[in-house]
Design a protein around this ligand. Structure first.
Ligand code: CP
Length: 311
């Protein structure tokens, strides 16, 4: 693997999932692979899981890790040809080349603006690192995608499925703030590559990008969609058409124990209790969110391993 900025960078998903599960059993088997190599993690936005799990994954492989909260550094300019007489002090052209001298792999987290759809869709931060850095890039959640989360989700479903082809439902949930579509986008893309029966349910008007959902069934009736589900992945996203707007906070879309039935409950976390999902679900035996978060380490580890092996 030359990089991991999108799910398409995985050429053999089932093999990668198997390898991640083996790494979970033997996390230090390749602890020499990353010796004298440095992972630089750049955070334009907050993180708990991504930061700690990716650091742990890198250390399991023997790597050193440098972490920079980009807001603590100089403001980076991304526009080509801009006259930098305002707030930006450093251009991505220099920044990416300089960081590349300190890194063997650069991992980037950069959320969308949720105000400028075209700018967000261009993935200008991630793409600028891809253009100007001279080392492999890993996406730790960009404007439109969270492929590392999706790989952890795929590992979790593979480990916990009791059927060859489980029914998986992605259900929108209410949230008071505007959230990105990234997790939902990558989950849909990942499930389309797996042998699962995927259905999406959300209120009318909350369609994700049709280039991502393609032919995946969408049912605006949540109760109908959830029927016979084996895994229910709950996630809020803000409106994609009326970009970044919160047009619906209907509490009837919150996931409850009654709606979940016997299905396993998934969420990428962090999650707002009793807004997105009721306590009884999160505290119940069918919640797999903690296992899911644990798999973030082995998703990151298998990705870093493949990139180190390619170098
Ligand atoms: N799921 C996830 O990416 O969590 P963090 O935002 O805490 O990294």
């Amino acid at each position: 693997m030359k990089k991991y900025t999108e799910i398409k960078d995985i050429s053999n998903l089932s093999e990668v999932i198997k390898e991640a599960i083996l790494l979970k059993m033997q996390p230090f088997e390749f602890s020499e692979l990353g010796k004298h190599k440095n992972l630089v993690m750049l955070f334009f936005n907050a993180s708990l899981r991504t930061r700690l799990s990716t650091e742990k994954a890198a250390r399991n492989l023997g790597m050193h890790v440098s972490i920079l909260n980009v807001n603590d550094a100089w403001n980076i300019e991304f526009e080509d040809g801009s006259i930098m007489n305002a707030n930006s002090s450093e251009h991505i052209k220099e920044a990416a080349q300089v960081i590349s001298q300190y890194a063997d792999i650069i991992a980037v987290r950069a959320f969308p603006t949720l105000t400028d759809k075209a700018k967000d869709a261009s993935e200008y931060i991630l793409k600028s690192f891809l253009k100007y850095a001279s080392v492999p890039i890993v996406n730790m959640e960009s404007a439109m995608a969270h492929p590392m989360q999706a790989l952890a989700d795929a590992i979790t479903i593979t480990e916990l499925s009791e059927k060859p082809k489980p029914k998986v439902v992605l259900s929108w949930a209410p949230h008071p703030r505007a959230l990105p579509q990234a997790v939902a986008n990558s989950f849909v893309e990942m499930m389309q590559k797996m042998d699962v029966d995927l259905t999406i349910t959300h209120p009318e008007g909350y369609e994700l990008d049709k280039n991502i959902t393609k032919n995946t069934p969408i049912n605006h009736n949540q109760k109908e969609a959830l029927k016979d589900a084996d895994f229910v992945y709950v996630k809020n996203w803000s409106n994609f058409e009326q970009y970044g707007k919160v047009l619906n906070q209907d509490p009837n879309w919150m996931m409850t124990q009654e709606k979940l039935g016997n299905a396993k409950f998934m969420h990428c976390l962090p999650v707002r209790r009793n807004v997105v999902v009721e306590d009884a679900v999160l505290d119940g035996k069918n919640s797999v969110v903690i296992k899911q978060a644990n798999n973030r380490t082995f998703a990151a580890q298998v990705v870093l391993k493949h990139i180190l092996e390619h170098k």
